[in-house]
Design a protein around this ligand. Structure first.
Ligand code: NAD
Ligand code: UGA
Length: 468
Protein backbone atom coordinates (compact mmCIF):
# COMPACT_ATOMS: atom_id res chain seq x y z
CA UNK A 1 0.00 0.00 0.00
CA UNK A 2 1.22 3.57 -0.65
CA UNK A 3 3.00 5.19 2.30
CA UNK A 4 1.64 8.29 3.92
CA UNK A 5 4.22 11.00 3.19
CA UNK A 6 4.96 13.04 6.33
CA UNK A 7 8.37 14.53 5.62
CA UNK A 8 9.63 15.87 2.33
CA UNK A 9 13.16 16.97 1.50
CA UNK A 10 13.92 18.99 -1.62
CA UNK A 11 17.53 19.10 -2.82
CA UNK A 12 18.07 22.38 -4.71
CA UNK A 13 16.59 25.72 -3.54
CA UNK A 14 16.46 27.36 -6.98
CA UNK A 15 13.72 28.64 -9.29
CA UNK A 16 11.99 25.26 -9.25
CA UNK A 17 12.73 23.68 -5.86
CA UNK A 18 11.97 26.87 -3.90
CA UNK A 19 8.53 27.80 -5.26
CA UNK A 20 7.38 24.20 -5.86
CA UNK A 21 8.08 22.97 -2.36
CA UNK A 22 6.91 26.23 -0.76
CA UNK A 23 3.52 25.65 -2.39
CA UNK A 24 3.48 22.00 -1.26
CA UNK A 25 4.14 23.21 2.31
CA UNK A 26 1.40 25.83 2.02
CA UNK A 27 -1.16 23.33 0.80
CA UNK A 28 -0.12 20.42 3.04
CA UNK A 29 0.23 21.76 6.60
CA UNK A 30 0.49 18.15 7.85
CA UNK A 31 3.72 17.57 5.86
CA UNK A 32 7.10 18.96 6.98
CA UNK A 33 9.00 20.29 3.97
CA UNK A 34 12.73 21.04 4.17
CA UNK A 35 14.43 22.64 1.18
CA UNK A 36 18.21 22.23 1.20
CA UNK A 37 21.02 23.65 -0.90
CA UNK A 38 24.82 23.73 -0.79
CA UNK A 39 24.75 27.45 -1.53
CA UNK A 40 24.80 29.17 1.88
CA UNK A 41 23.93 32.66 0.62
CA UNK A 42 20.91 31.31 -1.24
CA UNK A 43 19.63 29.59 1.89
CA UNK A 44 20.32 32.74 3.96
CA UNK A 45 18.22 34.75 1.52
CA UNK A 46 15.32 32.24 1.78
CA UNK A 47 15.57 32.60 5.58
CA UNK A 48 16.01 36.39 5.63
CA UNK A 49 13.92 38.33 8.16
CA UNK A 50 12.78 40.87 5.59
CA UNK A 51 11.88 38.16 3.02
CA UNK A 52 14.41 39.38 0.42
CA UNK A 53 14.21 35.97 -1.28
CA UNK A 54 16.87 34.87 -3.78
CA UNK A 55 14.38 34.88 -6.67
CA UNK A 56 11.66 37.30 -7.67
CA UNK A 57 8.32 35.68 -8.44
CA UNK A 58 4.93 37.39 -8.01
CA UNK A 59 3.10 35.95 -4.97
CA UNK A 60 6.09 33.96 -3.71
CA UNK A 61 6.76 36.12 -0.63
CA UNK A 62 3.17 35.60 0.57
CA UNK A 63 3.47 31.84 0.28
CA UNK A 64 6.80 31.77 2.14
CA UNK A 65 5.44 34.13 4.82
CA UNK A 66 2.57 31.77 5.54
CA UNK A 67 4.54 28.52 5.66
CA UNK A 68 8.11 29.33 6.73
CA UNK A 69 8.79 28.24 10.32
CA UNK A 70 5.45 26.40 10.40
CA UNK A 71 6.12 23.37 8.19
CA UNK A 72 8.55 24.90 5.66
CA UNK A 73 12.27 25.08 6.41
CA UNK A 74 15.36 26.11 4.44
CA UNK A 75 18.73 24.66 5.39
CA UNK A 76 22.22 23.74 4.24
CA UNK A 77 22.13 20.57 6.31
CA UNK A 78 21.52 18.27 3.35
CA UNK A 79 22.26 15.03 5.21
CA UNK A 80 19.84 15.64 8.06
CA UNK A 81 17.00 16.45 5.67
CA UNK A 82 17.73 13.31 3.60
CA UNK A 83 17.88 11.15 6.70
CA UNK A 84 14.49 12.28 8.00
CA UNK A 85 12.49 12.42 4.75
CA UNK A 86 10.07 9.83 3.32
CA UNK A 87 10.19 11.49 -0.07
CA UNK A 88 13.05 13.44 -1.66
CA UNK A 89 12.78 15.77 -4.65
CA UNK A 90 15.96 16.18 -6.67
CA UNK A 91 15.63 19.68 -8.08
CA UNK A 92 19.20 20.60 -8.93
CA UNK A 93 20.40 22.36 -12.06
CA UNK A 94 21.01 20.38 -15.29
CA UNK A 95 22.77 22.89 -17.56
CA UNK A 96 24.10 22.16 -21.04
CA UNK A 97 27.54 20.51 -20.85
CA UNK A 98 30.35 22.95 -21.65
CA UNK A 99 33.07 20.36 -22.31
CA UNK A 100 33.61 16.66 -22.82
CA UNK A 101 31.32 14.21 -24.62
CA UNK A 102 28.20 15.94 -25.94
CA UNK A 103 29.56 19.44 -25.14
CA UNK A 104 27.14 22.13 -26.27
CA UNK A 105 24.20 19.70 -26.43
CA UNK A 106 23.97 17.08 -23.70
CA UNK A 107 22.67 17.88 -20.22
CA UNK A 108 25.29 17.99 -17.48
CA UNK A 109 24.05 15.35 -15.07
CA UNK A 110 26.86 15.80 -12.58
CA UNK A 111 24.69 17.68 -10.04
CA UNK A 112 21.94 15.06 -10.27
CA UNK A 113 24.46 12.28 -9.79
CA UNK A 114 26.11 13.97 -6.79
CA UNK A 115 22.74 14.51 -5.13
CA UNK A 116 21.77 10.88 -5.84
CA UNK A 117 25.05 9.59 -4.39
CA UNK A 118 24.48 11.69 -1.29
CA UNK A 119 21.03 10.15 -0.81
CA UNK A 120 22.50 6.65 -1.12
CA UNK A 121 25.31 7.45 1.32
CA UNK A 122 23.07 8.95 3.99
CA UNK A 123 19.74 7.08 3.85
CA UNK A 124 19.12 4.37 6.42
CA UNK A 125 15.41 3.83 5.68
CA UNK A 126 13.18 3.53 2.58
CA UNK A 127 12.92 6.63 0.39
CA UNK A 128 10.89 7.71 -2.59
CA UNK A 129 13.32 9.64 -4.80
CA UNK A 130 11.68 12.01 -7.27
CA UNK A 131 13.36 13.50 -10.34
CA UNK A 132 12.11 17.08 -10.47
CA UNK A 133 14.99 18.37 -12.58
CA UNK A 134 14.60 18.13 -16.34
CA UNK A 135 16.72 15.19 -17.47
CA UNK A 136 17.27 13.06 -20.58
CA UNK A 137 15.03 10.06 -21.12
CA UNK A 138 16.15 7.05 -19.00
CA UNK A 139 18.06 9.05 -16.36
CA UNK A 140 15.94 7.36 -13.68
CA UNK A 141 17.63 4.10 -14.61
CA UNK A 142 21.09 5.53 -13.84
CA UNK A 143 19.77 6.95 -10.57
CA UNK A 144 18.38 3.57 -9.61
CA UNK A 145 21.68 1.81 -10.33
CA UNK A 146 23.57 4.34 -8.20
CA UNK A 147 21.09 4.09 -5.35
CA UNK A 148 20.85 0.30 -5.36
CA UNK A 149 24.61 -0.24 -5.60
CA UNK A 150 25.21 2.02 -2.62
CA UNK A 151 22.22 1.24 -0.46
CA UNK A 152 22.92 0.10 3.12
CA UNK A 153 20.98 -0.82 6.23
CA UNK A 154 18.30 -2.41 4.03
CA UNK A 155 17.06 0.91 2.64
CA UNK A 156 14.88 0.56 -0.48
CA UNK A 157 14.53 3.27 -3.10
CA UNK A 158 11.63 3.88 -5.44
CA UNK A 159 12.27 6.34 -8.21
CA UNK A 160 9.65 8.60 -9.74
CA UNK A 161 9.77 11.20 -12.48
CA UNK A 162 7.72 14.30 -11.72
CA UNK A 163 8.81 17.02 -14.16
CA UNK A 164 7.89 20.63 -13.45
CA UNK A 165 5.96 22.71 -15.99
CA UNK A 166 5.84 26.09 -14.22
CA UNK A 167 6.88 29.18 -16.17
CA UNK A 168 8.86 31.93 -14.47
CA UNK A 169 6.87 35.05 -13.73
CA UNK A 170 3.71 32.97 -13.20
CA UNK A 171 5.24 30.19 -11.06
CA UNK A 172 2.91 30.54 -8.08
CA UNK A 173 -0.21 30.72 -10.21
CA UNK A 174 0.99 27.71 -12.26
CA UNK A 175 1.73 25.71 -9.11
CA UNK A 176 -1.58 26.53 -7.42
CA UNK A 177 -3.62 25.51 -10.45
CA UNK A 178 -1.49 23.45 -12.80
CA UNK A 179 -2.80 22.31 -16.20
CA UNK A 180 -1.54 18.91 -15.12
CA UNK A 181 0.80 17.18 -12.72
CA UNK A 182 2.75 14.37 -14.39
CA UNK A 183 4.11 11.42 -12.42
CA UNK A 184 6.05 8.59 -14.05
CA UNK A 185 6.87 5.33 -12.31
CA UNK A 186 7.87 1.75 -12.99
CA UNK A 187 4.72 -0.28 -13.51
CA UNK A 188 5.59 -2.67 -10.66
CA UNK A 189 3.63 -2.95 -7.42
CA UNK A 190 6.22 -0.88 -5.53
CA UNK A 191 6.50 1.65 -8.37
CA UNK A 192 2.75 2.16 -8.51
CA UNK A 193 2.54 2.52 -4.71
CA UNK A 194 5.25 5.20 -4.76
CA UNK A 195 3.39 6.95 -7.57
CA UNK A 196 0.20 6.90 -5.52
CA UNK A 197 2.01 8.28 -2.46
CA UNK A 198 3.17 11.34 -4.45
CA UNK A 199 -0.21 11.68 -6.19
CA UNK A 200 -1.82 11.84 -2.73
CA UNK A 201 0.42 14.81 -1.83
CA UNK A 202 -0.73 16.76 -4.90
CA UNK A 203 -4.34 15.68 -4.36
CA UNK A 204 -4.42 18.07 -1.38
CA UNK A 205 -5.09 20.85 -3.90
CA UNK A 206 -4.94 19.53 -7.47
CA UNK A 207 -8.12 17.95 -8.93
CA UNK A 208 -7.61 14.20 -9.43
CA UNK A 209 -8.27 14.30 -13.18
CA UNK A 210 -5.31 16.64 -13.60
CA UNK A 211 -2.86 14.22 -12.00
CA UNK A 212 -1.57 12.07 -14.83
CA UNK A 213 0.30 8.87 -14.08
CA UNK A 214 2.41 7.24 -16.78
CA UNK A 215 5.53 5.11 -17.25
CA UNK A 216 8.89 6.52 -16.17
CA UNK A 217 10.33 6.98 -19.66
CA UNK A 218 7.19 8.63 -21.01
CA UNK A 219 7.25 11.08 -18.13
CA UNK A 220 10.89 12.01 -18.71
CA UNK A 221 10.38 12.40 -22.44
CA UNK A 222 7.12 14.36 -22.06
CA UNK A 223 8.98 17.18 -20.31
CA UNK A 224 11.46 17.58 -23.16
CA UNK A 225 8.61 17.21 -25.66
CA UNK A 226 6.48 19.92 -24.04
CA UNK A 227 9.32 22.45 -24.02
CA UNK A 228 10.34 21.56 -27.58
CA UNK A 229 6.79 22.01 -28.86
CA UNK A 230 6.30 25.31 -27.00
CA UNK A 231 9.56 26.68 -28.38
CA UNK A 232 8.67 25.37 -31.82
CA UNK A 233 5.53 27.52 -31.85
CA UNK A 234 7.62 30.62 -31.16
CA UNK A 235 10.19 29.74 -33.82
CA UNK A 236 7.37 29.09 -36.30
CA UNK A 237 5.76 32.45 -35.65
CA UNK A 238 9.15 34.18 -35.68
CA UNK A 239 9.97 32.58 -39.05
CA UNK A 240 6.68 33.98 -40.33
CA UNK A 241 7.53 37.41 -38.86
CA UNK A 242 10.44 37.62 -41.31
CA UNK A 243 8.02 37.01 -44.18
CA UNK A 244 5.71 39.70 -42.77
CA UNK A 245 8.49 42.27 -42.69
CA UNK A 246 9.31 41.51 -46.33
CA UNK A 247 5.72 41.56 -47.60
CA UNK A 248 3.73 44.05 -45.55
CA UNK A 249 1.68 41.38 -43.80
CA UNK A 250 1.32 42.00 -40.05
CA UNK A 251 2.42 39.20 -37.70
CA UNK A 252 -0.11 40.21 -35.04
CA UNK A 253 -2.93 39.76 -37.53
CA UNK A 254 -1.45 36.50 -38.81
CA UNK A 255 -1.09 35.06 -35.26
CA UNK A 256 -4.61 36.10 -34.43
CA UNK A 257 -6.05 34.55 -37.59
CA UNK A 258 -4.06 31.32 -37.25
CA UNK A 259 -4.68 31.00 -33.50
CA UNK A 260 -8.43 31.32 -33.98
CA UNK A 261 -8.39 27.77 -35.34
CA UNK A 262 -9.38 25.81 -32.25
CA UNK A 263 -6.95 23.05 -33.26
CA UNK A 264 -4.06 25.54 -33.09
CA UNK A 265 -5.22 27.81 -30.26
CA UNK A 266 -4.25 31.42 -29.53
CA UNK A 267 -1.58 31.01 -26.83
CA UNK A 268 2.19 31.16 -27.24
CA UNK A 269 2.07 32.68 -30.73
CA UNK A 270 3.60 36.03 -29.92
CA UNK A 271 6.41 37.03 -32.26
CA UNK A 272 9.45 38.34 -30.43
CA UNK A 273 13.11 39.15 -30.63
CA UNK A 274 13.65 35.46 -29.77
CA UNK A 275 12.90 33.19 -26.86
CA UNK A 276 15.23 33.10 -23.86
CA UNK A 277 15.19 31.49 -20.45
CA UNK A 278 17.19 28.73 -18.86
CA UNK A 279 15.33 25.84 -20.40
CA UNK A 280 13.99 26.01 -23.96
CA UNK A 281 17.35 25.99 -25.69
CA UNK A 282 18.92 23.63 -23.16
CA UNK A 283 16.09 21.12 -23.36
CA UNK A 284 15.87 21.13 -27.16
CA UNK A 285 19.63 20.62 -27.46
CA UNK A 286 19.22 17.80 -24.98
CA UNK A 287 16.53 16.27 -27.24
CA UNK A 288 18.80 16.76 -30.27
CA UNK A 289 21.60 14.95 -28.47
CA UNK A 290 19.28 12.16 -27.39
CA UNK A 291 18.05 11.73 -31.00
CA UNK A 292 21.60 11.60 -32.30
CA UNK A 293 22.64 9.08 -29.66
CA UNK A 294 19.72 6.93 -30.77
CA UNK A 295 20.91 7.15 -34.41
CA UNK A 296 17.98 9.29 -35.49
CA UNK A 297 19.75 12.13 -37.37
CA UNK A 298 16.60 13.34 -39.18
CA UNK A 299 14.79 13.73 -35.87
CA UNK A 300 17.79 15.58 -34.43
CA UNK A 301 17.94 17.96 -37.42
CA UNK A 302 14.21 18.68 -37.16
CA UNK A 303 14.41 19.88 -33.53
CA UNK A 304 17.73 21.61 -34.02
CA UNK A 305 16.11 23.94 -36.51
CA UNK A 306 13.92 25.38 -33.70
CA UNK A 307 17.09 26.65 -31.97
CA UNK A 308 18.73 27.76 -35.24
CA UNK A 309 15.64 29.81 -36.12
CA UNK A 310 15.81 31.49 -32.71
CA UNK A 311 19.46 32.47 -33.26
CA UNK A 312 18.50 33.80 -36.69
CA UNK A 313 15.69 35.89 -35.19
CA UNK A 314 18.06 37.57 -32.73
CA UNK A 315 20.73 38.34 -35.33
CA UNK A 316 18.11 39.51 -37.82
CA UNK A 317 16.87 42.03 -35.23
CA UNK A 318 20.39 43.34 -34.52
CA UNK A 319 20.94 43.72 -38.25
CA UNK A 320 17.68 45.68 -38.63
CA UNK A 321 18.91 48.12 -35.98
CA UNK A 322 22.25 48.63 -37.72
CA UNK A 323 20.75 48.89 -41.22
CA UNK A 324 18.05 51.34 -40.14
CA UNK A 325 20.50 53.60 -38.32
CA UNK A 326 22.09 54.35 -41.71
CA UNK A 327 24.20 51.16 -41.73
CA UNK A 328 26.44 52.13 -38.82
CA UNK A 329 25.97 52.34 -35.08
CA UNK A 330 29.64 52.92 -34.22
CA UNK A 331 29.79 55.65 -31.58
CA UNK A 332 25.97 55.94 -31.50
CA UNK A 333 23.93 55.79 -28.30
CA UNK A 334 21.25 53.12 -27.90
CA UNK A 335 18.84 52.62 -24.99
CA UNK A 336 17.85 49.02 -24.28
CA UNK A 337 14.62 48.69 -22.29
CA UNK A 338 14.44 45.35 -20.51
CA UNK A 339 17.20 42.86 -19.77
CA UNK A 340 15.26 39.91 -18.24
CA UNK A 341 14.34 37.06 -20.62
CA UNK A 342 10.63 37.82 -20.09
CA UNK A 343 8.49 40.11 -17.96
CA UNK A 344 7.85 39.57 -14.23
CA UNK A 345 11.15 37.86 -13.52
CA UNK A 346 14.63 39.03 -12.56
CA UNK A 347 16.08 36.01 -14.37
CA UNK A 348 18.39 36.76 -17.31
CA UNK A 349 19.50 33.28 -18.33
CA UNK A 350 19.76 33.14 -22.17
CA UNK A 351 17.94 36.47 -22.41
CA UNK A 352 17.74 37.80 -25.99
CA UNK A 353 18.78 41.21 -24.59
CA UNK A 354 22.26 39.83 -23.87
CA UNK A 355 22.77 38.77 -27.49
CA UNK A 356 21.51 42.12 -28.82
CA UNK A 357 23.77 44.14 -26.53
CA UNK A 358 26.74 41.93 -27.40
CA UNK A 359 26.04 42.63 -31.09
CA UNK A 360 25.76 46.39 -30.45
CA UNK A 361 29.03 46.38 -28.50
CA UNK A 362 30.80 44.52 -31.28
CA UNK A 363 29.87 47.52 -33.50
CA UNK A 364 31.30 49.81 -30.79
CA UNK A 365 27.97 51.47 -29.97
CA UNK A 366 27.23 52.92 -26.51
CA UNK A 367 24.41 51.12 -24.70
CA UNK A 368 22.28 52.29 -21.77
CA UNK A 369 20.21 49.62 -20.03
CA UNK A 370 17.11 49.88 -17.89
CA UNK A 371 15.33 46.88 -16.35
CA UNK A 372 12.90 47.15 -13.43
CA UNK A 373 14.03 43.92 -11.70
CA UNK A 374 17.46 42.70 -12.82
CA UNK A 375 20.35 43.40 -10.42
CA UNK A 376 23.24 45.48 -11.76
CA UNK A 377 25.80 42.87 -10.77
CA UNK A 378 23.89 40.30 -12.83
CA UNK A 379 24.04 42.52 -15.92
CA UNK A 380 27.80 42.95 -15.59
CA UNK A 381 28.27 39.22 -15.12
CA UNK A 382 26.13 38.38 -18.17
CA UNK A 383 27.88 40.90 -20.42
CA UNK A 384 31.33 39.71 -19.29
CA UNK A 385 30.37 36.14 -20.14
CA UNK A 386 28.90 37.21 -23.50
CA UNK A 387 32.08 39.13 -24.44
CA UNK A 388 34.82 36.83 -23.12
CA UNK A 389 37.60 38.68 -24.94
CA UNK A 390 36.71 42.13 -23.62
CA UNK A 391 37.78 43.17 -20.11
CA UNK A 392 34.95 44.40 -17.86
CA UNK A 393 36.53 47.90 -17.63
CA UNK A 394 36.20 48.21 -21.41
CA UNK A 395 32.59 46.99 -21.32
CA UNK A 396 31.86 49.58 -18.63
CA UNK A 397 33.17 52.36 -20.91
CA UNK A 398 30.44 51.49 -23.40
CA UNK A 399 27.59 50.36 -21.14
CA UNK A 400 25.63 52.35 -18.54
CA UNK A 401 22.90 50.99 -16.28
CA UNK A 402 20.16 53.42 -15.19
CA UNK A 403 17.01 53.31 -13.09
CA UNK A 404 14.21 54.64 -15.23
CA UNK A 405 13.00 54.86 -18.81
CA UNK A 406 13.40 58.61 -19.31
CA UNK A 407 16.97 58.56 -18.02
CA UNK A 408 17.73 55.61 -20.31
CA UNK A 409 16.41 57.34 -23.42
CA UNK A 410 17.82 60.84 -22.84
CA UNK A 411 20.16 61.94 -25.64
CA UNK A 412 19.96 58.55 -27.39
CA UNK A 413 19.53 57.94 -31.11
CA UNK A 414 17.51 54.77 -30.68
CA UNK A 415 15.41 52.87 -28.16
CA UNK A 416 15.23 49.07 -28.33
CA UNK A 417 12.48 47.23 -26.45
CA UNK A 418 13.82 43.81 -25.44
CA UNK A 419 11.46 42.69 -22.62
CA UNK A 420 7.68 43.07 -22.46
CA UNK A 421 7.53 44.71 -18.98
CA UNK A 422 4.05 46.10 -18.32
CA UNK A 423 5.45 49.46 -17.27
CA UNK A 424 6.73 49.95 -20.84
CA UNK A 425 3.08 50.13 -21.94
CA UNK A 426 2.76 53.33 -19.91
CA UNK A 427 5.82 55.15 -21.25
CA UNK A 428 5.19 58.84 -21.91
CA UNK A 429 6.57 58.72 -25.45
CA UNK A 430 6.19 62.47 -26.05
CA UNK A 431 8.58 63.20 -23.15
CA UNK A 432 10.94 60.48 -24.35
CA UNK A 433 10.89 62.01 -27.84
CA UNK A 434 11.60 65.50 -26.53
CA UNK A 435 14.76 64.23 -24.82
CA UNK A 436 16.16 62.12 -27.66
CA UNK A 437 18.64 62.93 -30.43
CA UNK A 438 16.87 63.32 -33.80
CA UNK A 439 15.94 61.46 -35.89
CA UNK A 440 14.68 59.36 -32.98
CA UNK A 441 14.22 55.63 -33.62
CA UNK A 442 12.24 52.98 -31.72
CA UNK A 443 12.78 49.26 -32.36
CA UNK A 444 10.08 47.13 -30.80
CA UNK A 445 11.15 43.51 -30.30
CA UNK A 446 8.04 42.70 -28.25
CA UNK A 447 4.99 44.04 -30.16
CA UNK A 448 4.37 46.42 -27.30
CA UNK A 449 4.01 49.91 -28.73
CA UNK A 450 1.33 51.65 -30.77
CA UNK A 451 3.47 52.33 -33.86
CA UNK A 452 1.04 54.79 -35.47
CA UNK A 453 0.86 56.89 -32.32
CA UNK A 454 4.65 57.04 -32.06
CA UNK A 455 5.00 57.99 -35.72
CA UNK A 456 2.60 60.89 -35.14
CA UNK A 457 4.91 62.14 -32.39
CA UNK A 458 7.78 62.05 -34.88
CA UNK A 459 9.53 58.74 -34.15
CA UNK A 460 10.86 56.44 -36.84
CA UNK A 461 9.55 53.02 -35.82
CA UNK A 462 10.39 49.39 -36.62
CA UNK A 463 8.30 46.60 -35.10
CA UNK A 464 9.07 42.85 -35.34
CA UNK A 465 6.86 41.28 -37.98
CA UNK A 466 5.68 44.51 -39.60
CA UNK A 467 6.84 45.80 -42.94
CA UNK A 468 5.97 49.48 -42.43
P1 NAD B 1 18.75 26.69 -10.18
O1 NAD B 1 20.14 26.77 -10.67
O2 NAD B 1 17.97 27.94 -9.91
O3 NAD B 1 18.71 25.84 -8.81
C1 NAD B 1 19.40 24.65 -8.60
C2 NAD B 1 19.99 24.65 -7.18
O4 NAD B 1 20.52 23.36 -6.88
C3 NAD B 1 21.14 25.63 -6.98
O5 NAD B 1 20.81 26.56 -5.96
C4 NAD B 1 22.33 24.74 -6.59
O6 NAD B 1 23.18 25.33 -5.61
C5 NAD B 1 21.63 23.53 -6.02
N1 NAD B 1 22.43 22.30 -6.03
C6 NAD B 1 23.15 21.77 -7.06
N2 NAD B 1 23.70 20.60 -6.68
C7 NAD B 1 23.35 20.37 -5.40
C8 NAD B 1 23.60 19.33 -4.47
N3 NAD B 1 24.33 18.25 -4.83
N4 NAD B 1 23.09 19.43 -3.22
C9 NAD B 1 22.33 20.50 -2.87
N5 NAD B 1 22.05 21.51 -3.72
C10 NAD B 1 22.55 21.45 -4.97
O7 NAD B 1 17.97 25.77 -11.22
P2 NAD B 1 16.38 25.77 -11.54
O8 NAD B 1 16.05 26.85 -12.50
O9 NAD B 1 15.64 25.64 -10.27
O10 NAD B 1 16.26 24.41 -12.34
C11 NAD B 1 16.36 23.16 -11.70
C12 NAD B 1 15.88 22.07 -12.66
O11 NAD B 1 14.50 22.28 -12.97
C13 NAD B 1 16.61 22.05 -13.99
O12 NAD B 1 16.76 20.71 -14.39
C14 NAD B 1 15.66 22.76 -14.93
O13 NAD B 1 15.79 22.31 -16.25
C15 NAD B 1 14.31 22.35 -14.39
N6 NAD B 1 13.22 23.32 -14.65
C16 NAD B 1 13.41 24.67 -14.52
C17 NAD B 1 12.34 25.55 -14.72
C18 NAD B 1 12.52 27.03 -14.58
O14 NAD B 1 11.58 27.75 -14.88
N7 NAD B 1 13.65 27.55 -14.14
C19 NAD B 1 11.07 25.04 -15.00
C20 NAD B 1 10.91 23.67 -15.10
C21 NAD B 1 11.98 22.81 -14.93
C1 UGA C 1 9.08 27.57 -20.07
C2 UGA C 1 7.76 26.78 -20.20
O1 UGA C 1 6.71 27.69 -20.54
C3 UGA C 1 7.42 26.07 -18.89
O2 UGA C 1 6.26 25.28 -19.07
C4 UGA C 1 8.60 25.17 -18.49
O3 UGA C 1 8.36 24.56 -17.24
C5 UGA C 1 9.86 26.01 -18.38
O4 UGA C 1 10.11 26.67 -19.66
C6 UGA C 1 11.08 25.21 -18.07
O5 UGA C 1 11.12 24.01 -18.30
O6 UGA C 1 12.01 25.87 -17.63
P1 UGA C 1 9.82 29.90 -19.03
O7 UGA C 1 11.05 29.70 -19.84
O8 UGA C 1 9.94 30.24 -17.60
O9 UGA C 1 8.89 28.59 -19.10
O10 UGA C 1 8.94 31.08 -19.70
P2 UGA C 1 8.02 31.13 -21.01
O11 UGA C 1 6.82 31.91 -20.68
O12 UGA C 1 7.82 29.81 -21.63
O13 UGA C 1 8.90 32.04 -21.98
C7 UGA C 1 10.09 31.56 -22.59
C8 UGA C 1 10.58 32.55 -23.62
O14 UGA C 1 9.73 32.56 -24.76
C9 UGA C 1 10.61 34.00 -23.10
O15 UGA C 1 11.77 34.64 -23.57
C10 UGA C 1 9.37 34.60 -23.72
O16 UGA C 1 9.47 35.99 -23.87
C11 UGA C 1 9.32 33.88 -25.05
N1 UGA C 1 7.97 33.83 -25.67
C12 UGA C 1 6.96 33.20 -25.04
C13 UGA C 1 7.77 34.41 -26.91
O17 UGA C 1 8.68 34.98 -27.52
N2 UGA C 1 6.52 34.33 -27.48
C14 UGA C 1 5.48 33.70 -26.87
O18 UGA C 1 4.37 33.67 -27.46
C15 UGA C 1 5.72 33.12 -25.61
Amino acid sequence: APIDVKKICCIGAGYVGGPTCAVIALKCPHITVTIVDLNQSRIDAWNSDDFSLPIYEPGLVDVVKQARGRNLFFSTDVDKAILEADLIFVSVNTPTKKSGVGAGFAADLNYVELATRRIAAVATSNKIVVEKSTVPCRTAESMRTILESNSHGGARFDILSNPEFLAEGTAIKDLLSPDRVLIGSLQTGEGLDACQALANVYANWVPKERILTVGLWSSELSKLAANAMLAQRISSINALSAICEATGANIDEVSHAVGFDSRIGPKFLRASVGFGGSCFQKDILNLVYLSESLHLPEVAAYWRQVVDMNEYQKSRFSKTVVDTLFKTITGKHIAVLGFAFKADTGDTRESAAITLIRDFLSERAYVTIYDPKVEESQIWQDLSEACPNTPLETIKKYVTIVHNVIEACKDKEAVVIATEWKEFLEIDWQTVYDHMTKPAFVFDGRLLIDADKLRKIGFKVKVIGRGD
